[in-house]
Design a binder for this molecule. Structure first.
Ligand code: GLU
Length: 485
């Protein structure tokens, strides 16, 4: 156990982007590596963008990835509630404290006034933000206006000069001139705090020691540091994670392909492979290991080994990692998934024994790169091909091929046992009789029984299909070839 406490603090406004998932992963790994605590906090103070379904999906996606949190939303803990909309009184009290200590002030400027201010600034190309119109209002007058029921927000009294300096674990010292920072809103008209306010009150009261988040938040950090100072609190350690770019550059977005955890799940990626890939997108274990389990990553993880430059998403590498993780799965582990996909696709597994199903999966798994491939590769074990690979048909099926298949059918029909060795011997004898090279017609048989040129071991496949089904399929292929013009 250590006193390290980190949090993942998503705003449930849409799907869980892989960038967000990687932030969660680094927080989780850091907590595991240091014996600390990983906390899930829901930042739902932007009521216009809040979406109940997104929250539900977020929880499902985090769990699917294996990112179990020690404390937080639904899990509970000593520092709750963990959903910001349940903490409004806490923020109000802290905002009030800042007003009392002279670090914040009520601002009565109407939306219309702010709107015309923005328009003016746009015209003069001078974007200095809020003009601090209410900053020096007499507190007594301000109080009277509040009591009279006037609507207001509370703003932070950002220091007008000097600089704010903070340290980022990956980038070192970062300095912002205070005169470039706005008097940011802390409490909105609807009584909800802004992200900045809620986030630092929570990070402080939940005893967060390290803030690991995407580097799009760097510009917010000086504001947070000023708030910590105003409260007299010690800020946590900041570590802003490098951005993930799409393969061809630019932001990784749905428009450019899969971008959310849900997209990759639907494509047939395994959670542990996606986890592994995202972990390596910006971090390395310091040796040449790539395929790693969650436990191995948790053991090797250090913040020092996170790079500071942008990283590009490489779906080919993710696919490769997925096949590595998939190859490690046992048929028994894959069985429930396979059965459910078979059911969804109307594939009849009833006639196949459980033992044969396991055998089929053991042949199929090593050839699959995505879980969805398992279904496609296994399909011929349960269904005769509805079509043959056109390119291959034109390449290898001609009258001579039909004769070979016919000869083979004759031999296969006469077999009294249909095991791999019997089949091998039959193929050899047909090759001999027809003076062909051994193996020269295997692909033709494969095409006949599965409709495609590749797939699991041919003899094992024939054995599992059984004598009758194999013969029927090869006969059908012979008819098909004879019908070709
Ligand atoms: N709610 C913010 C988000 O959606 C959290 C930023 C932070 O980690 O401070 O990413």
């Amino acid at each position: 156990m250590s006193d390290i406490r980190v949090r993942f603090a998503p705003s449930p406004t849409g799907y869980l982007h892989v960038g967000g998932a990687r932030t969660a992963i680094y927080n989780w790994l850091f907590a595991k590596a240091t014996g600390g605590k990983f906390i899930l906090r829901i930042e739902d103070t932007d009521r216009k963008r809040y979406n109940e379904e997104a929250l539900h999906d977020l929880i499902r996606d985090l769990r699917w990835m294996g990112l179990q949190w020690d404390e937080g939303h639904e899990a509970g803990g000593d520092f709750g509630p963990y959903q910001q909309s349940d903490r409004l009184e806490i923020y109000k009290k802290e905002v009030f404290n800042l007003v009392q200590s002279g670090h914040a002030y009520p601002c009565f400027c109407t939306e219309e006034r702010l709107e015309s201010l923005r328009a003016e600034q746009k015209d003069s190309q001078n974007d200095f933000g809020y003009d601090r119109h209410c900053r020096d209002l007499d507190p007594v007058v301000a109080q009277q206006r509040i009591e009279a029921g006037e609507k207001f927000v509370v703003r932070f009294k950002t220091p007008l000069d000097g600089a704010t300096v903070f340290n980022d674990l990956l980038r070192g010292e970062i300095t912002y001139q205070n005169n470039t920072l706005d008097d940011l809103v802390l409490l909105k008209r609807d009584g909800y705090p802004t992200y900045h306010m809620a986030s630092i009150v929570d990070d402080h009261s939940m005893k967060i020691t390290h803030v690991l988040r995407g580097d799009e938040w760097i510009a917010s950090t000086p504001k947070h540091v000023l708030l910590y100072a105003a409260f007299g609190w010690t800020p946590p350690i900041f570590c802003h994670l490098p951005v993930i770019l799409a393969a061809g550059g630019g932001k990784l977005s749905k428009r450019k392909g899969a971008a959310s955890v849900g997209d990759f799940r639907d494509l047939g990626y395994l959670p542990e492979a996606l986890f592994n890939y995202l972990a390596l997108l910006g971090w390395s274990p310091g040796d040449n290991r790539e395929e790693m389990s969650l436990a191995e990553m948790a053991e090797a993880f250090t913040l020092e080994r996170i790079g500071s430059s942008a990283v590009s998403f490489d779906e080919k590498k993710l696919l490769w990692l997925n096949s590595q993780h998939l190859a490690k799965k046992t048929p028994l582990e894959i069985m429930p998934y396979f059965k459910s996909v078979a059911l969804q696709n109307g594939l009849d597994l009833q006639k196949t024994s459980e033992t044969d199903l396991l055998k089929i999966l053991s042949l199929v798994i090593p050839r699959a790169r995505l879980t969805l491939d398992i279904f496609d590769i296994a399909r011929p074990f349960f269904e005769a091909p509805k079509a043959y690979d056109d390119k291959l048909v034109r390449k290898i099926w001609n009258p001579a091929a039909a004769e070979v298949l016919q000869k083979l059918v004759d031999v296969l029909k006469s077999l009294s046992s249909f095991g791999v060795q019997d089949l091998e011997a039959s193929f050899e004898s047909v090759a001999q009789v027809l003076d062909l090279k051994p193996g020269s017609f295997n692909q033709s048989v494969r095409l006949a029984v599965s409709g495609a040129g590749g797939g699991p071991s041919l003899f094992e496949m024939l054995e599992l299909l059984g004598q009758q089904e194999s013969v029927t399929r090869i006969n059908q292929a012979v008819d098909f070839i004879n019908g070709l013009k």
